[in-house]
Ligand binder design. Structure first.
Ligand code: G3H
Ligand code: 13P
Ligand code: NA
Ligand code: ZN
Length: 328
């Protein structure tokens, strides 16, 4: 059944687990997520970005998610709009039947330029008023996502601030977060704690202090009733990088957020954990390997089946590691 994000995250907070929120663009991702949730008895958050709407079209995405609900009626599903850059975009998603929207007012409508507090609070409040009137949950964001190591926001195109960010921009201020929640009434709050979007988060193997865990604790202590969201949470599996490069790919040395660090963050109030890149890497690795090993095969279902299985295994891992398994 389709449920609101508030309802799902309230349960996660009561029970102390986290929920991976996977980005969805196509049938194979949707099926991988649902099969993993079914196997592990987990609740599901699927999210559609602006890029996903551009790729698949909003009606196809909407029906893909509704089809998942129809095929797996026993699994609770949140249909979330990722990184809305304006109240108008959020309004369209609410009309389409999304049960949750993100108003990312930390960046301007171009998805690149950092904004000031007043702008962010104003557009987010606007979306909360609209969404709550329709029973739809809202995620806001305060602070600019960026790698604590490199100061970079990550992705070249898509969502991410431009240029190198300084240290004060990279970590959400607990007082500002509290003020923001008070001013906007958001259900969930994305915080900047040292992660960035995409595959290029860190250039060196993580040493166990890649996330600003102390900052997460401070924010959680200040606003214990707000569900925290961690963007840029892909772990960038080294085994998939190896497969990709072994079968003709060319991805340089790079590291993501270790699963153990995410598990630590979940102990301090992180409830929604956004993952996109890991599924992209797994499906690319699976497809490259299959193509190399089966050069005469040309039925897309054959190689797409491989991508579904690879993505499903990642989803199963995350549902289990974050404690969502058994709570579906
Ligand atoms: O937040 C970024 C997500 O990974 C979505 O990326 O805009 O390329 O679909 P995208
Ligand atoms: P990753 O690029 O680390 O998978 O993050 C995805 C994300 O935050 C989507 O909003
Ligand atoms: Na989001
Ligand atoms: Zn994000």
């Amino acid at each position: 059944a389709l449920i609101s994000m508030r309802q799902m995250l309230d349960h996660a907070a009561e029970q102390g687990y986290g929920i991976p929120a996977f980005n969805v663009n196509n049938l194979e991702q949707m099926r991988a997520i649902m099969e993993a949730a079914d196997k592990t008895d987990s609740p599901v958050i699927v999210q559609a970005s602006a890029g996903a709407r551009k790729y698949a079209g909003a009606p196809f995405l909407r029906h893909l998610i509704l089809a998942a609900v129809e095929e797996f009626p026993h699994i609770p599903v949140v249909m979330h709009q990722d990184h809305g850059t304006s109240p108008a975009i959020c309004q369209r998603s609410i009309q389409l039947g999304f049960s949750s929207v993100m108003m990312d007012g930390s960046l301007a409508e171009d998805g690149k330029t950092p904004t000031d507090y007043e702008y962010n609070a104003r557009v987010t409040r606007n979306v909360v008023d609209m969404a709550h009137a329709c029973g739809v949950s809202v995620e806001g964001e305060i602070g600019c996502l960026g790698s604590l190591e490199t100061g970079m926001a990550g992705e070249e195109d898509g969502v991410g601030a431009e240029g190198v960010l300084d240290h004060s921009q990279l970590l959400t201020d607990p007082e500002e977060a509290a003020q923001f929640v008070k001013d906007t009434g958001v259900d969930a709050l994305a915080i900047a704690i040292g992660t960035s979007h995409g595959a290029y988060k860190f250039t060196r193997p993580p040493t166990g202090d890649i996330l600003a865990i102390d900052r997460i604790k401070e924010i959680h202590n200040r606003i214990p009733n707000t569900h925290l969201v961690m963007h840029g949470s892909s772990s960038v599996p080294q085994e998939w990088l190896k497969v990709i490069n072994e079968y003709g790919g060319d991805i340089g040395e790079t590291y993501g957020v270790p699963v153990e660090e995410i598990v630590a963050a979940i102990k301090f109030g992180v409830r929604k954990v956004n993952i996109d890149t890991d599924l992209r890497l797994a499906s690319t690795g699976a497809i490259r390997r299959f193509m190399a090993q089966n050069p005469s095969e040309f039925d897309p279902r054959k190689y797409l089946k491989e991508t579904t299985a690879a993505m499903r295994d990642i989803c199963i891992d995350r549902y289990e590691a974050f404690g969502a398994a058994g709570n579906g």
